[in-house]
Design a binder for this molecule. Structure first.
Ligand code: GCU
Length: 600
């Protein structure tokens, strides 16, 4: 709702945005920050009254002014201080019953005190805010951002006072036809400041991006670059890895980048079985931070996926960022520990984080626990592929996703789309995204979750996008949306590509505790039976190099209202939202145990 009026607003704001460039800092969780998490006062504003007059004109005295009623002044019809609070990070839908279905703008306000430091730049960091967000500090417009699952940073250095300050962020989760994602999704449109918010202090010259990785075909050659913002050419960058006696310096070029290549002694390469991480210190001018990184190579050779030069089979599962037990957007350490702990318990070495970049806590934990990661942007179903502005939004989210997780050893796959219709506009759109991935990160594999064609009992993987991908993901629901579980036994698979295949989705719904014959839908027995037939069928696909069945845990979806069974949950989880393992969980666990026994 906000947006309709917003289009005109955007023109007005354009000039403002140029003042405060939205950029992305990296490894913010490894920098000292001033946390702004906690209780924020909020105003639910379905009509955008906080921003528009009754004629839809931009207000100059909007809620961003954090106004107070003056004794003889005009009526001020809002008061943040007396307004209820919402927790940050967190979605608003599961914090307040009245907001469960709410889609629209909500204003967040928080006071903070700050002492300005000499030769220091300050950014407000938002881990994620769904979907569009507008930021003001001390009544000054700072920046805005579109996209609900990637971080953004906006400079506020010259807006801060010594002592009292306040920040106002309007977040609007209205779904947009020209959004990424678009109007239809099979997940809950959790709104709000869903990830950490903080102030980040950096010196005047600081490292704002870097890429350090193991050179392909090598055991211990690390190569890459470090970009320094605001630095003079010839300045020095230093990379230190004490455990490997690495202490390398390089000069910064005119583009602010220093390139490096060096031997890293007895480097132990990262893998799910050996999730070795190193403390890596990056230093430039007055700026220094320590990152925790692992080093691996991942590549394709024919129809094989090679991890550190050896073929690997991905024993995985798909996961939504739904918090176990309390539900809502996963944003706490314990959410991630529970979810990835179940994957380990299942015998998994890989996770597909669907359908959007998950919290950075998740990829950090995957680094530590030893789980390979498929990370995806929500180019999901029927996005408006013919609109250049929509492509720009997708590219922005892709760059933000890659920039944040380029330093994560666990991440092996960047996925550009899920179940998108095979139209010419879509192909062009997705090819542009593939090119963008290769430009941003040539060290990882590009993939997408494709739909397959059916001819009688034959399934055919020949989506033209496959030609542009390194690894082909495909979704199929034999036994649920089509045919019966047993029909998997007679299904023949054909692929047009001499490339590795991953079945990125298969599965069926089951309500935990609902029992019956294997042909009774919604029962645990039906789901388990479906998995047994799927696993036999999939074993027969020669080029299959991995799987991520749909899905680890039941998750909320507005498309699933069936009373008594779904109740607005997609029940394809192997585990219920309350942590109860269904029969199919053990079917998959057994299969993964056999698989890992067969390769060890
Ligand atoms: C699709 C889609 C998922 C969805 C699933 C389902 O394949 O990619 O997002 O939840 O099917 O229907 O359960």
């Amino acid at each position: 709702m906000f947006l309709a009026q917003n289009r005109r607003l955007l023109e007005g704001m354009e000039s403002l945005r140029s003042l405060r460039k939205v950029c992305g800092l990296v490894a913010v969780d490894r920098r000292p920050t001033i946390g702004l998490n906690g209780d924020w006062h909020t105003i639910v504003d379905p009509y955008g009254t906080g921003l528009y007059t009754f004629h839809g004109d931009l207000r100059t005295d909007g809620y961003f002014m954090n106004g107070k009623q003056a004794p003889d002044g005009e009526p001020v019809e809002y008061n943040f201080q007396q307004s209820p609070v919402l927790q940050v990070p967190g979605d608003w839908n599961t914090q307040r019953e009245s907001l469960f279905f709410y889609e629209g703008p909500i204003w967040y306000k928080r006071d903070f005190s700050y002492q300005r430091q000499p030769r220091t730049r300050v950014f407000i960091h938002v881990g994620a805010a769904n979907y569009r967000s507008y930021v003001w500090v001390n009544r000054q417009k700072v920046c805005e951002h579109e996209g609900g699952f990637t971080p953004f940073d906006c400079e506020v250095t010259d807006l801060l006072n010594d002592g009292k300050n306040f920040v106002v962020i309007a977040v609007d989760n209205t779904r947009l036809a020209d959004g990424i994602p678009t109007l239809q999704t099979d997940w809950w449109n959790y709104g709000g400041l869903t990830r950490d918010v903080s102030l980040v202090e950096v010196p005047e010259q600081f490292i704002d991006d870097f890429d350090l990785h193991l050179k392909r075909g090598n055991q211990n050659i690390i190569e890459g670059w470090v970009h320094v913002e605001g630095v003079l050419p010839e300045a020095q960058v230093t990379v230190r890895i004490p455990e490997l006696n690495v202490n390398k310096t390089a000069k910064v070029g005119t583009d602010g980048r220093a390139t490096l290549e060096f031997e890293a002694g007895d480097l132990e390469r990262w893998s799910p079985d050996h999730s070795r991480l190193y403390r890596v210190y990056l230093h430039a001018g007055q700026d220094e931070f320590e990152d925790e990184m692992g080093f691996k190579t991942v590549e394709v050779r024919g129809t094989e996926i090679l991890l550190n030069g050896s073929p690997i089979f991905l024993r995985g599962v798909s996961i939504h960022a739904e918090a176990p037990y309390r539900t809502g957007r996963a944003c706490k350490d314990e959410d991630m520990k529970t979810l990835l702990g179940w994957v380990k318990e299942m015998g998994g070495n890989y996770v597909r984080l669907a359908h959007y970049p998950h919290d950075e806590r998740m990829t950090r934990l995957a680094d530590r626990m030893g789980l390979l990661v498929w990370s995806e942007i929500p180019v999901y179903w029927a996005v408006e592929f013919d609109k250049p502005a929509v492509l720009a939004k997708a590219e922005q989210q892709l760059c933000e996703m890659i920039r944040r997780d380029r330093d994560k050893a666990s991440v092996a796959f960047w996925s550009v789309a899920n179940e998108t219709p095979a139209t010419p506009a879509r192909i062009e759109f997705l090819r542009a995204l593939v090119t963008k991935v290769r430009e941003q990160d040539p060290m990882r594999l590009v993939t997408a979750a494709l739909l397959v064609r059916t001819e009688g009992r034959t399934k055919i993987i020949d989506d033209p996008l496959g030609a542009a991908l390194d690894v082909i993901g495909f979704n199929e629901y034999i036994g649920w949306y089509e045919q019966a579980p047993e029909d998997a036994d007679q299904t023949v698979w054909k692929t047009a590509y001499e490339k590795p295949l991953i079945v990125s989705e298969f599965g069926g719904d089951a309500k935990y505790g609902l029992h019956g014959d294997t042909d009774k839908r919604w029962t645990e027995e039906y789901q388990a039976n479906l998995y047994r037939h799927q696993l036999v069928m999939l074993k027969g696909i020669g080029r299959l190099r991995g799987m991520s069945p749909w899905i680890l845990m039941d998750f909320r979806s507005p498309r699933r209202p069936m009373p008594g069974i779904q109740d607005y949950f997609n029940r394809k989880g192997l585990i219920s939202d309350q942590g109860e393992k269904k029969e199919a969980f053990y079917v998959l666990q057994n299969a993964y145990r056999e698989l890992s026994a067969s390769v060890s």
